[in-house]
Design a protein around this ligand. Structure first.
Ligand SMILES: NC(=O)c1ccc[n+]([C@@H]2O[C@H](COP(=O)([O-])OP(=O)(O)OC[C@H]3O[C@@H](n4cnc5c(N)ncnc54)[C@H](O)[C@@H]3O)[C@@H](O)[C@H]2O)c1
Length: 252
C-alpha cells in the first residue's frame, strides 16, 4: 500500500528540515523526486542522500517565487527523470527575508516576502505541473501550511499567517475545479516541528510542549509518511481537506 511507483514528485524547499523528510520518504515509497531548494548545496545534498539510499532524485535549485525559473527548472528535471510531475508538495514557506514583528511595527515593504513565497511561490509550482496532471488524469497536490492560518496568535507572524490562509483558500478551489480530472489537492497544517529546537531556547520549547498532547515536536519523516499517504493511489477519495498534523495541539 501507498506505493508511489516511479511517479515524479516535486518537493519545494526540500533542502533541509520538513521538506528533506518529505522528499526522502516519498523516494522510499518509490517516487522519483525533484528536490527543490533556493540553495543549490542543500538541494544537492538531499538528492545525493536519496540516491545513496538506492532511490531516485535530482536536485533542482530555483526560487519558487520566480515563475520562469520554476518552469525551466521543472521541465529540465522532468526530462532528466523521463516523465511529467504527478505529485507536488509545496513545502517552501519560510521566507528568508521575513521580518518578524507585530503588524503595527512592520513597514509595507515587509509584508511581501511571506505572502510572495506562500501564495505566489506555491501557485507557480502548481501552474507548471497542472497541465501534465490534467493530461494524465491523475495528480496529487499537497500544500504544507500551519495552524497559524486559522487562529490568531500573538507571535509576530501575521504576514506568514496571511500567506498560509491565502494559499489554503486557493487549494480548496483548486480541489473543487480538478477533482473531476483525478487530481486531488489537500492541505497539511503542521504544528511545531523539531527544527525549532535550533531556533528557540529550551525554556521556551518546554513551555510550548505543555500545549501539545503528544509531548514532543513534530518529526520531518512522520510528516513525510503522511504526505506519502496523501500522494498515493489509496488517498484518491480525499480532496479539499485541511488536515491538522500537530500532535493534538488545540491551539493549532
Ligand atoms: N518548523 C515548524 O515548526 C513549522 C510549523 C508549521 C508549519 N511549518 C511549515 O513547514 C514548511 C517547512 O518548514 P521548515 O521549518 O522545514 O523550513 P526551513 O526554513 O527549515 O526549510 C525550508 C527550506 O525552504 C527553502 N526556501 C526558502 N525560500 C525558498 C524559495 N523561495 N524557493 C525555494 N526554496 C526556498 C529554504 O532554503 C530552506 O532550505 C513551511 O511551509 C513552514 O511554513 C513549519
Amino acid at each position: 500500500m501507498f506505493e508511489l511507483n516511479d511517479k515524479i514528485a516535486l518537493v519545494s524547499g526540500a533542502g533541509q528540515s520538513v521538506g528533506e523528510g518529505i522528499a526522502k520518504v516519498l523516494a522510499r515509497q518509490g517516487a522519483a523526486v525533484i528536490v527543490n531548494d533556493l540553495h543549490a548545496d542543500r538541494a544537492e545534498r538531499v538528492a545525493a542522500d536519496i540516491r545513496a539510499e538506492g532511490n531516485r532524485a535530482v536536485a533542482a535549485p530555483f526560487d519558487v517565487t520566480d515563475f520562469d525559473a520554476t518552469e525551466s527548472a521543472v521541465r529540465a528535471a522532468e526530462s532528466e527523470l523521463g516523465g511529467r510531475t504527478a505529485i507536488i508538495v509545496n513545502n517552501a514557506g519560510v521566507a528568508e527575508q521575513r521580518v518578524t514583528k507585530p503588524f503595527r511595527e512592520l513597514d509595507p515593504q515587509d509584508w511581501r516576502a511571506p505572502i510572495d513565497l506562500n501564495i505566489f511561490g506555491a501557485m507557480n509550482c502548481i501552474k507548471v505541473v497542472l497541465d501534465g496532471m490534467y493530461e494524465a488524469r491523475w495528480g496529487r497536490v499537497i500544500q504544507i501550511s500551519s495552524g497559524s492560518a486559522r487562529t490568531g496568535q500573538n507571535i509576530n507572524q501575521s504576514m506568514y499567517a496571511t500567506g498560509k490562509s491565502g494559499i489554503e483558500g486557493f487549494i480548496r478551489h483548486l480541489a473543487a475545479e480538478n477533482g473531476q480530472y483525478g487530481i486531488t489537492a489537500n492541505i497539511v497544517a503542521l504544528g511545531l516541528q523539531k527544527n525549532l529546537e535550533e531556533k528557540m531556547p529550551p525554556e521556551m520549547i518546554s513551555r510550548l510542549l505543555e500545549g501539545i498532547p503528544i509531548g514532543r515536536l513534530g518529526d520531518p519523516e512522520e510528516v513525510g509518511a503522511f504526505c506519502a499517504y496523501l500522494a498515493s493511489e489509496e488517498a484518491g477519495g480525499m480532496t479539499g481537506q485541511t488536515l491538522d498534523f500537530n500532535g493534538g495541539s488545540q491551539t493549532r
